[in-house]
Design a binder for this molecule. Structure first.
Ligand SMILES: Cc1cc2nc3c(=O)[nH]c(=O)nc-3n(C[C@H](O)[C@H](O)[C@H](O)COP(=O)(O)OP(=O)(O)OC[C@H]3O[C@@H](n4cnc5c(N)ncnc54)[C@H](O)[C@@H]3O)c2cc1C
Length: 396
């Protein structure tokens, strides 16, 4: 099965949004809480995105000693936000909660914590546009809404949720500007080295870097990774991706806008109201594209990219885009040095993610959106679930 088939098997039909929801009942992650285990050694966590931070947080709850080594200047990885473009946080990567809101307390793993983050579902009166053969048709979502559980964070984001509930207890254990380039797990301890040649040692290591980083051979392993993992890495179909945000003086677009190529086996593309559920009067249109559909936008830069996007929108909306344009923000994930792509394709085989999730010799563990034990991947909730699975196994 691949993720696309999994979503279909979950019975979610209706409007075919690229980032379509996956219902909770389909999850293999039945056990949500983590209970104390026997392990009391030390752990290195490589990467401070959703999986790395969730892993650290769970180890902290268990009183296990750990340290996070992060290549970038701060935490967040592929759910980081921009707070200067407009008056609400723009999600440069992950934006929607694709599963039920019960996933949030599962990440916090502490019943005594009252979660104040609010998510908002779309409503039947929201609008859906389809542009095909030079014609735009806009309708209300109406009855299709029942099959649609993707949620926005209300005046908030995935990043804000982690910042509120996860980061405070792990902040002091994060070390930034530390890009790991080699991992030696041949001895009784695991040793990681950074670009300066500095060595870090622990009993176990949890690797959470994006799969593309491994595919590009950015980290050397001693001994080499097992053949099944090497094959999974080499064959993984990883989509590149871009998000573009445009500020306009008027809102002339529907809540969602799809095209003939919005969802294909090669990639996805959609425009959407990025200001939805945010406390703002700004008009921000988001454009999300991954895989082949991202390439036309990734092949141009600066003014040329702005003109390309405005021209596309002008054709659909009779010149309204250029007429009301104010500003543009671009996040090309292929150019981010510690991501180099968007995520494992929805049409990839489940075996890729499952093979990547397997630990090695009780020393090397994998957590992250491409290292999952379920037919669901490439999302924050799957990264967090994979952290729970890795920690359960590690502390056993
Ligand atoms: C355009 C786009 C849209 C998305 N939309 C959604 C959405 O709406 N909803 C959703 O749930 N998900 C979405 N996702 C997916 C989601 O962002 C990811 O699945 C999730 O954030 C991955 O978390 P992670 O911890 O596995 O990886 P990351 O967040 O990538 O974390 C890995 C960390 O490792 C660090 N790192 C890399 N190399 C090294 C190294 N050598 N040494 C040390 N550190 C290193 C990186 O800097 C990074 O901080 C989207 C992603 C993209 C790109």
């Amino acid at each position: 099965m691949n993720r696309k088939e999994f979503i279909a098997a979950c019975g979610l039909f209706g409007i075919s949004l690229p980032f379509q929801s996956v219902i909770q009942a389909c999850s293999n992650d039945d056990e949500t809480s983590i209970t104390a285990g026997n392990f009391n050694g030390t752990v290195l966590i490589i990467g401070a995105g959703a999986a790395g931070m969730a892993t650290a947080y769970l180890l902290q709850q268990q009183g296990i000693e750990y340290r996070i080594l992060e290549a970038d200047i701060s935490y967040g990885g592929r759910f980081r936000t921009n707070t200067s473009f407009t008056d609400f946080p723009i999600s440069l990567g992950a934006e929607w909660l694709h599963v039920s809101e019960s996933e949030l307390p599962a990440i916090v793993n502490d019943g005594s914590v009252q979660i104040k983050t609010i998510t908002q579902r779309y409503s039947a009166s929201d609008t859906y546009g389809y542009f095909s053969n030079g014609e735009l048709n806009v309708v209300e979502i109406g009855n299709e809404i029942d099959s649609f559980i993707d949620q926005k964070f209300k005046n908030s984001s995935w990043f804000d949720f982690f910042e509120a509930y996860i980061v405070p207890s792990i902040r002091n254990k994060m070390q930034f500007n530390t890009e790991i380039v080699s991992i030696d797990y041949s001895g009784s301890k695991v040793m990681a080295r950074d670009t300066q040649g500095l060595a870090y040692e622990a009993d176990k290591l949890v690797l959470t870097v994006p799969l593309k980083i491994l595919q590009l051979g950015k980290i050397d392993f001693t001994p080499s990774l097992p053949n099944t993992k090497q094959q999974a890495i080499a064959q993984a179909n990883i989509w590149g991706g871009i998000k573009i945000f445009l500020k306009f003086s008027e809102k002339f677009y529907p809540t969602f806008l799809e095209f003939d190529d919005s969802e294909t086996n090669d990639g996805q593309r959609v425009c959407y109201d990025a200001a939805y559920a945010q406390n703002t009067s700004e008009n921000i249109l988001g454009l999300f594209a991954v895989g082949k559909q991202a390439e036309p936008y990734q092949n141009v830069n600066g003014e040329a990219l702005k003109n390309y996007v405005l021209n596309e929108l002008d054709i659909i909306f009779n010149g309204k885009a250029s007429e009301t344009f104010q500003d543009i923000l671009v996040q090309n994930w292929n150019e981010q040095p510690f991501a180099r792509a968007a995520y494992l394709a929805d049409v990839a085989s489940s075996s890729t993610s499952r093979d990547m999730a397997k630990s090695i010799n009780g020393k090397l563990y994998f957590a992250g959106d491409s290292y999952t034990q379920e037919d669901d991947w490439s999302a924050v909730h799957t990264a967090a679930r994979s952290a729970r699975n890795a920690v359960r196994e590690l502390i056993r």
